[in-house]
Design a protein around this ligand. Sequence first.
Ligand SMILES: Nc1ncnc2c1ncn2[C@@H]1O[C@H](COP(=O)(O)OP(=O)(O)OP(=O)(O)O)[C@@H](O)[C@H]1O
Ligand SMILES: [Mg+2]
Length: 275
Amino acid sequence: MNSHILATEHICRSFTTGSGEIQVLKDVSIELPKGKLIIIKGRSGSGKTTLLNILCALDPATSGEVIFRARNRDGKKSKKAAEPKHQKGKNDEAAEPELQGGEPENDAASDLWISDETSYDEIRYSTLSDAERDRLRRFHMGFVFQSVALIPIMTAYENVDFGLRTAGYTGNRDKRIRESLASVGLAERMQHMPSQMSGGEQQRVAIARAMAHRPEIIFADEPTGALDTAAGLTVTQLFKNLAEREKITIVMTTHDPGLMELGDVVYEIEDGQIR
Ligand SMILES: Nc1ncnc2c1ncn2[C@@H]1O[C@H](COP(=O)(O)OP(=O)(O)OP(=O)(O)O)[C@@H](O)[C@H]1O
Ligand SMILES: [Mg+2]
């Protein structure tokens, strides 16, 4: 029933250019299973980034619909799941931690962070205002890019902290930063500046930053594109572990055939359609 987190219905995307209209995506209908590593492959120019940008509500489809099942742990069917009540008073913190990216009350709750009892609100992208779209992205999603976008004058710790503040995280930030950096194998590098780390290590900090606020889904456009084979494999394996351990859905694009076998689901885009 609740087996997928994101679905597209008959997505088309075309661009108008000087030389006419190009149809990049043609009637794409897919369902992305929850808590899995999903890989999107396809040759250069096939539309991977275009599709990813539509899935993460950055770019609108020309036609068709995208439906995101946003986590709503208190079970209420509010239309506004994309609008966390992050301005609420301190006493309300425990009431809806999932919408604020806050801490669960105790470790047992942590295990149930995304459980079968979790209820979901179906968010249809076509109905969202720009502000709602922003909130959906900020609170429910995480992002990793090909070129690592760490802030160069901040340590690894501070970079993750910055991400938590941006997401309005109301839990114990210090604890969560340490957990997140430890989970990407960088507990010993917390006070390092980006310039003091390898490209692969920097990308792992970016992953810690993307997952620290407990998003339900992380989008990664060619996250291994700038890394050598070994570092690329480490990063992809890390994503796989995150999906398994933290039940975060990961959607990544790649060109690298060696990484595809790690995907739980692999979609290929060819001629604007999914195979
Ligand atoms: N804003 C735009 N305006 C016009 N054409 C665009 C625009 N964005 C993308 N395209 C075209 O859409 C097609 C798909 O581009 P996209 O970036 O999605 O490919 P990709 O599969 O991510 O490629 P790569 O592997 O090189 O990153 C390309 O032909 C590109 O030129
Ligand atoms: Mg691309």
